[in-house]
Design a protein around this ligand. Structure first.
Ligand code: HEM
Length: 327
């Protein structure tokens, strides 16, 4: 990794490589069109780092962290300069059986902590500060489920890149030097049909996911008639290079409402890698052989953001603050 020591807390805002946590809040908002809404949001984004310290310092072992992601349209309001090369709104996907919608979002806040109350407190103050400059379009509180399992019962996150592979997979590099160190972020909120999943025998569930259920062993399905989720989500180029992404999915739910979900969040150096994963999952490889995980998982949202480094975020918001008020 970048040589960081996560025992040093509070954690800087915009640390994509902050540790996976026991709790997380995924907050997506749109920003009102008025000029003063833009100014207010810019000022809150400029104070994000201080807010992480304000809340995070109250229990350092809570390891609070926050990443703000910026959608394409809002990026253009914040900056008249260049934007990250691949940044664009989430492209909806239509497979023969399953499709993925594209939904609104100017800003994403990915708030992580070992303590749900710290995520809550951070979100509460953040939204207070943003006031009516924003409208909340989606808010999900995720939790760690036993040994990092999703609500389908499988361990989720094992193949995440670690060590030096993490920045190489998740952070933009020299290919777009002005935005180096930032990351493309894609989120999708999925709801599961757990009753339908329970009707699928465990051996078939394992074939669908590509790992065994109890002990999480990877299943080699190179010669299988149909690819698993794990294999459809593996992206290899013509030269045999594999492209990973950093995922920090979290289960969420309200059993009383029969709501059971997975909040998918992927950070990537290249947006095309996540797009290709989605294409393979929804359209299938070969086309038609889609990801059977989707038979029990329906996306409610789909939004793309770019999380700039902390200094770049600071520069963007300072640019807004220096604009004449009448603009
Ligand atoms: C309902 C939503 C989803 C669930 C429950 C889910 C669950 C899982 C599970 C259990 C694994 C195997 C363990 C692991 O390596 O993490 C996995 C692997 C993976 N998933 Fe998902 N996933 C979901 C959606 C997605 C989406 C939308 C993408 C990408 C756009 C994705 C990308 C990946 C990748 C890259 C891997 C690792 C593949 C490898 O072994 O290299 N997943 N997922």
């Amino acid at each position: 990794m970048s040589g960081k020591n996560w025992d040093r807390v509070p954690i800087d805002a915009q640390s994509v490589d902050a540790p996976l946590s026991l709790s997380a809040v995924f907050l997506v908002v749109t920003v009102a069109s008025e000029r003063n809404a833009l100014a207010r949001v810019a000022s809150v984004l400029g104070g994000l780092d201080d807010l992480v310290k304000t809340v995070g310092f109250r229990d350092l072992s809570g390891r609070l962290s926050c990443i703000a992601g910026i959608g394409r349209d809002f990026w253009d309001r914040l900056s008249s300069g260049r934007r990250p090369l691949e940044l664009k709104p989430f492209v909806p996907i239509k497979g023969a059986v399953h499709s993925a919608p594209s939904t609104a979002g100017d800003l994403l806040f990915h708030i992580r902590s070992e303590r749900p109350d710290m995520c809550f407190e951070f979100e509460r103050i953040l939204l207070d500060n943003l006031g009516d400059a924003v409208t909340v379009v989606d808010e999900v509180s995720g939790f760690r489920y036993f040994d990092a399992r999703d609500l389908l019962g499988f361990v989720d996150g094992t193949a995440n890149p670690t060590g030096l592979d993490l920045p190489a997979s998740a952070l933009v590099g020299d290919e777009d030097a002005d935005f180096a160190g930032g990351s493309y972020v894609v989120v999708q909120k999925y709801l599961h049909d757990l009753a339908a999943w329970a009707r699928i025998p465990t051996p078939l569930q394992e074939v669908i996911i590509g790992r065994t259920k109890i002990d999480n062993i990877e299943i080699d399905d190179d010669d299988a008639p149909r690819k698993s989720h794990k294999s459809l989500a593996t992206i290899v180029d013509a030269d045999g290079n594999e492209y990973d992404i950093l995922r920090d999915n979290m289960p969420f739910g309200r059993p009383g409402q029969r709501e059971f979900g997975t909040y998918f969040i992927g950070y990537s150096r290249y947006l095309w890698v996540i797009e290709k994963m989605l294409q393979r999952m929804y359209v299938g490889d070969p086309p038609g052989a889609y990801d059977r995980l989707l038979d029990v998982s329906t996306p409610q949202t789909g939004t793309t953001f770019f999380a700039p480094t902390r200094p770049l975020l600071q520069a963007l918001v300072e640019g807004v603050q220096q604009l004449p008020a009448a603009r």
